[in-house]
Design a protein around this ligand. Sequence first.
Ligand SMILES: [Zn+2]
Length: 257
Amino acid sequence: MKKWIALILVLLFLVFSSSATDVCLFSHGMRFIEEAGSVTFLPLERQTEFSEPNKPYDGPMVALTFDDGPSKRVTDRILDLLEKHSAKATFFVLGSNVEAYPDKLERMLELGCEIGNHSYDHKNLPSISREAVEYQLETTKWCTYEACGSFPTLVRPPYGNVDDKVLEFSELPIILWSLDTMDWKSRNTELIKKIAINKVRDGDIILMHDIYSFTADACETIIPALIKKGYKLVTVSELIEAKGFTVSAGEEFSRGR
Ligand SMILES: [Zn+2]
């Protein structure tokens, strides 16, 4: 009888020690693949070929863009929402507002957002002189650099209005939009949400303004809703690259499709 007990104990020991070996293999970063009944263990360095971590994202994406800021309260509210949802956006800033609220720009860059030049004080560029256009764009470029140590990477002329002299002085791609939420016109949170959420399409560049509290109210719903619909929220330059476009200085771009 003692022999039987001893035999059972030995068998139990063997079973537990073999499962402990499995645990040990996994805890040392091994993975296995099971193919036609045979199990093969792979070392960590070969796991990358299965997870493809460097594969570029090619799913649906949109670029939220915010013009006319930065502003005292609304810009931070929008940045808070972007941070909360791990999303990015592009801010087309006015040089005059950058001078007033320079600290907002550093936070934009910290969150991976992009900064574009929207002129110094929102002049309609085709209606002013060549020298004035140059002043509007150059001053804002240097205000931005002073505020955050980086130059703007894109230009959006006020009202989307462009003429030959704007093209000539723009050292950067000129970014327009494909979906206008009309926040500046309707001033209505529900309408802004409806347009952004119901009319969005893959590759859209969505126009909003980070100077209105009703726009920030709408973004509280818009940002999570777009993510839930499967859209990645990227910067304009990320959208251009991911969708396979190349946009040169002085060239207009309004949608990633
Ligand atoms: Zn504007």
